[in-house]
Design a protein around this ligand. Structure first.
Ligand SMILES: Cc1ncc(C[n+]2csc(CCOP(=O)(O)OP(=O)(O)O)c2C)c(N)n1
Ligand SMILES: [Mg+2]
Length: 612
């Protein structure tokens, strides 16, 4: 056997660079690159190896490990999970900074490979700088925090473990059902250790994405239910995008007349004005989609996790004991909430279903009965997103309207947390597939700008818009400087309502006093007048503050032709916009309180049958 002598780190990067998948125009590397912040634990081992491999596996430097991991995960999401990136950190804080991002990838089922540095396998110099030192367990390191948020976790303490660990990692990253984060905690002495590797280990390999065929009996059950349904509704989730099923869904709905409602991750499966698209469903849903869910006699989820925001904390889709079918490539999701499972690839299921229905269409009266509600909803969207008639602070919806009017056909909207996801889900009109990138599985503040960098890397030819609240921006903005450095241009609209507006509203809705959310309601000696434009400019972006919606539209037009990332700041009203879909969201209200408003909120909560 021919062997080649390399360190474990050198072998890792060489192997990663040799893995490819089928792209649009032929094979492309599966790993688009490595985000790295070095320290002890990776600079000498992986750092040396990454330098050596050069452009075959490009390395990118960030400012915050969580931010770089957000960029990597966003890259994978914007690539519909067909490509991914790697993140490596030093041991200790560099590693644990990535744990939140690992959880984000875990809940959103997105592929990312974490290579955090780990303590010495030999333990000779223990305790090393940043070692956490468990008193009762010598095998624990900070990286054990990754275990519950990794689909596959391993600790590499000998070089030859990689012969199995790396292919096993790849098998998880490309698996449609198991897809999620992989963590290979890489002991720092092991990274530097040499080994005689079989040359065959590094031969280029082309990986194939499996399409899971549905079980004939499950498919038959679905066909049977659908052909008897009077008022069927499809809920399209993120799995529709990952299965590449958006076009097939459009054809299916055109042929059968079954209407579609979209989750946050599924939004954009159909163009906003497709005749079958009823828009957003759930707590952040449109009145028409929620009405359809309320009246449907059969709901078919395709590629959805049935999270509480989609189901109105189960109330929206489970009332009156209607049938629920879950088409999902993961059995874990297919069996949720008493659904009839159809385990399989969404595109294959729709194809086979259409073939088996042989000309069946949904009763025409069902969609016709929703037409008025849809027209009324569309008119409401127009009204709340129109420029304000008079003076006063604009609402988030009015800002969304301005960004919508100023954005190109192929623009991508990136957002994650705050009040914006709810308004964008309802109000944003997706013109082209992939035009809506919402991280609402973990809804992690600070994802927006870093995530935007990853989206721009995955879709360099499409304009990337980011909408972010003042709270999210303050939590993590450092990768704005990376976007300038890398030329991954973002058009950022920053809505400054001086605090955590949506949590302030949630607090009021649960009877709470205005407390610790808006800056004015937080303990302070001085009320900071934060100059976000100056801050963004200091990071190298083009930045300006605008006075009103007209000023915002003019600034957005300038940003479209600017040569780098632009941040446009606008003051907004922290009160809500008035477009609501009427679904409930369960948040536990205190059972006893001296506050009358809390007692009233508790009574309303109990009236829903909750809290017992
Ligand atoms: C990392 C993280 N911490 C806390 C939360 C809970 N949370 C959700 S939205 C929000 C406030 C966001 O404020 P801002 O970005 O200004 O948006 P606004 O609510 O004002 O629209 C908070 C604290 C979260 N989603 N993520
Ligand atoms: Mg805010």
């Amino acid at each position: 056997m021919n062997t080649i002598r390399l360190t474990a780190a050198q072998a890792t990067v060489r192997w990663l660079a040799a893995q490819s998948v089928e792209g649009d125009g032929g094979p492309v590397p599966f790993f688009a690159g490595v985000w790295a912040i070095f320290g002890h634990g990776n600079v000498a081992g992986l750092g040396e190896a990454l330098h050596g491999i050069g452009d075959a596996l490009p390395t990118y430097r960030a400012h915050n490990e969580q931010g770089m991991a957000h960029a990597a995960i966003a890259f994978a999401k914007a690539s519909n999970r067909r490509r991914a990136m790697v993140c490596t950190s030093s041991i200790g804080p560099g590693a644990t900074n990535m744990v939140t991002a690992a959880a984000l990838a875990h809940v959103n089922r997105l592929p990312v490979l974490f290579l955090p540095g780990d303590v010495f396998a030999s333990r000779r110099p223990d305790p090393v700088l940043q070692q956490v030192e468990d008193f009762g367990d010598g095998t624990v390191s900070a990286n054990d925090c990754f275990r519950p948020v990794s689909r596959y976790f391993d600790r590499i303490a000998r070089p030859e473990q990689l012969l199995d660990a790396l292919p096993r990692a790849m098998a998880v990253l490309i698996d449609p059902a198991d897809c999620g984060p992989v963590t290979l905690a890489f002991c720092q002495d092991t990274q530097a250790q040499a080994y005689d590797w079989p040359e065959s280990f590094f031969e280029p390999r082309l990986w194939h994405f499996r399409r899971v065929e549905p079980d004939p009996r499950e498919l038959w059950m679905l066909r049977d239910r659908l052909s008897k349904a009077k008022r069927p509704l499809i809920i399209a989730g993120g799995g529709v995008h990952y299965a590449g099923a958006a076009d097939i869904l459009a054809d299916f709905t055109r042929a059968t007349g079954v209407p579609v409602a979209e989750t946050q991750a599924g939004k954009g499966a159909l163009a906003w004005n497709h005749p079958a698209n009823l828009g957003a469903i759930g707590v952040t849903g449109s009145a028409v989609a929620n009405k359809a869910a309320d009246e449907a006699d059969l709901i078919i989820g395709i590629g959805t996790r049935l999270a509480d925001f989609t189901t109105g904390s189960r109330r929206l889709i489970h009332n009156r004991g209607r049938d629920l079918v879950q088409v999902n490539v993961a059995a874990f999701d297919a069996y949720k909430q008493g659904a009839l499972p159809v385990v399989g690839d969404g595109a294959r299921v729709l194809d086979l279903l259409a073939a088996g229905l042989s000309g069946w269409t949904a009763p025409a009266g069902w969609v016709a009965a929703l037409a008025d509600a849809r027209a009324a909803w569309d008119a409401q969207v127009e009204a709340v997103t129109a420029p304000p008639a008079g003076p006063g602070l604009p609402t988030d919806a009015q800002v969304i309207g301005a960004v919508q009017r100023s954005s190109a056909q192929d623009a991508i909207m990136v957002c994650a947390a705050g009040g914006l996801p709810g308004d964008l889900h309802k109000l944003w009109r997706v013109k082209r597939p992939g035009g809506y990138h919402m991280e609402y599985g973990y809804s992690c503040m600070g994802y927006e700008i870093a995530g935007g960098v990853g989206v721009a890397m995955a879709q360099p030819q499409r304009p990337v818009h980011v909408m972010v609240g003042d709270g999210s921006y303050l939590m993590m903005n450092s990768e704005l400087a990376v976007s300038v450095m890398l030329g991954t241009k973002l058009i950022v609209t920053l809505l400054d309502n001086r605090g955590f507006g949506c949590i302030n509203r949630l607090q009021a809705a649960t009877g709470g006093a205005p407390f610790n959310n808006l800056l004015a309601d937080a303990r302070h000696r001085v009320m900071p007048d934060i100059d976000f434009a100056a801050h963004a400019a200091s990071l190298g972006a083009i930045a300006e503050k605008v006075a009103d919606i007209a000023g915002l539209e003019a600034a957005l037009a300038r940003a479209r032709t600017a040569d780098r990332s632009t941040v446009i700041v606008i003051d907004t009203d922290p009160r809500p916009s008035d477009a609501g879909g009427g679904a409930w969201w369960e948040v536990a209200v205190p059972e006893t309180s001296p506050r009358e408003q809390v007692r009233q909120a508790r009574a309303a909560y109990e009236a829903k049958g909750r809290g017992t």
